[in-house]
Design a protein around this ligand. Structure first.
Ligand SMILES: Nc1ncnc2c1ncn2[C@@H]1O[C@H](COP(=O)(O)OP(=O)(O)OP(=O)(O)O)[C@@H](O)[C@H]1O
Ligand SMILES: [Mg+2]
Length: 391
């Protein structure tokens, strides 16, 4: 018997908004170092004049994403203008126990979390009698529990609201779509009642469509930033860290980045050569670039480059964007009149040294409408739009 033709594997959609301008929020208990980190990131931010149509409030910063590939492209093409990728970071006020019930302006702060796409979860692992802890003790694992149970409580309330509003329509008879939503909402609630965050559930593509409508707080990816004293950071030892690792491993195993806001502040003030010497002496580099790049990846952003003598630019798109959608980030005409994408892979250009060498090696490829753009692609789009707006 002829073997069955394999079903094409349908890629499951990702949880979260399908946009290019995604944000990450800094979340945690009060006084854990969120604003200190935010201010440090702001100092790495892009001058506002590069983004003339973008007003950013005092709690948001647009931070450059460091990238050696971008630096290399700029040194190779020597463009008149160079635009790096950026990460939008939002400083969110501290949450306290009971936030989901409105404690400490909790509901307002939780709504700020609903507006971001990922979370930098700052945990306090430094002891300092001068810095008050709202719970009168330093215990980062207990803090993690508090924040996570508040986020889940808020999600639960939202899903209960969805279920209630569909149930109210029951007497008039429910449509198929409403019955499906009710069934899915019931499963989400069951999942949350097991005290597990939504993002760790095994959801179908259809479930994810619903989840992406609700934008639940525990559906957002998290990165744990463990803020310790400078001393602990330099000696690479902190009494809370093993317990935090254990907790995170049991709760989805997302990435942990130990850092010290005190150390980062200190080296930021130093002249460049002194900073280098200090970091080298202690074998402890700044963690800010790692925090930025990890945050960018966590919210499923990637970027492609356009490169020429006029400009080298990073264009950020959500993972899973096809070539016409990527073209649309440059101009809607590029998407409407899309013909093809001419793509070079960064590694090949870097290895071969020039565009002509890439072409000569047969590695300059034409890609069509179905091409899934990869991080680091260098793309030239061909498009055709007539003045009447038709192809
Ligand atoms: N690693 C550290 N070691 C020692 N002190 C620190 C460290 N990180 C932050 N601090 C200090 O902790 C205090 C609180 O920091 P910060 O204002 O950044 O907290 P926050 O999380 O933004 O608080 P809130 O929720 O109230 O906005 C500041 O005095 C800051 O200098
Ligand atoms: Mg603050």
């Amino acid at each position: 018997m002829a073997p069955k033709k394999a079903e094409p594997v349908k890629e499951r959609p990702l949880l979260g908004r399908f946009k290019n301008n995604l944000k990450i929020g800094i979340v945690g208990m009060p006084n854990v170092g969120k604003s200190t980190l935010f201010n440090l990131l702001t100092k790495c931010s892009i001058p506002a004049e590069n983004f003339p149509f973008c007003t950013i409030d005092p709690n948001s910063a647009r931070v450059n994403v460091p990238d050696d590939r971008f630096t290399w492209l700029c040194s190779t093409y020597k463009p008149k203008s160079a635009v790096s990728a950026y990460l939008d970071v939002v400083d969110i006020a501290g949450l306290v126990r009971g936030a989901a019930n409105g404690e400490g302006l909790g509901n307002a702060f939780l709504s700020h979390i609903a507006a971001v796409d990922g979370i930098f979860h700052v945990c306090r692992a430094f002891e300092d009698v001068d810095v008050i802890h709202v719970e009168d003790r330093v215990d980062p694992v207990a803090d993690l529990e508090i924040i996570h149970s508040e986020l889940r409580a808020k999600d639960r309330a939202k899903i209960e609201g969805v279920i209630d509003s569909i149930n109210k329509l029951k007497s008039r008879g429910l449509k198929k779509e409403q019955l499906e939503e009710l069934e899915c909402a019931g499963r989400i609630l069951e999942h949350l009642n097991k005290e597990v965050d939504v993002r760790f559930g095994d959801w179908s593509a259809k479930d994810i469509e619903w989840l992406n409508e609700y934008q639940l707080l525990t559906a957002k990816p998290a990165i744990y930033l463990v803020n310790m004293s400078e001393n602990d950071f330099l000696r690479k030892k902190n009494k809370f860290l093993p317990k935090i690792h254990e907790w995170v491993k049991e709760h989805g195993g997302e990435q942990i980045i130990p850092f010290s806001a005190a150390f980062e502040n200190k080296i930021f003030e130093m002249p460049e050569d002194e900073k280098e010497k200090y970091c080298k002496e202690h074998g402890a580099p700044t963690q800010l670039p790692k925090i930025i790049t990890t945050g960018f990846k966590a919210i499923h952003l990637i970027y492609f480059f356009t490169a020429g003598e006029d400009e080298v630019k990073c264009w950020q798109i959500r993972q899973g964007t096809k070539a016409p959608g990527a073209a649309g980030t440059i101009h809607t005409d590029f998407e409407r009149g899309f013909i093809c994408a001419e793509v070079m892979k960064y590694d090949e250009l870097h290895e071969l040294g020039s565009e002509s060498a890439v072409k000569a090696a047969g590695k300059y490829r034409q890609q069509g409408k179905e091409y899934l753009v990869c991080d680091g692609d260098i793309i030239f789009f061909k498009f055709n739009v007539t003045s009447s707006g038709k192809k």
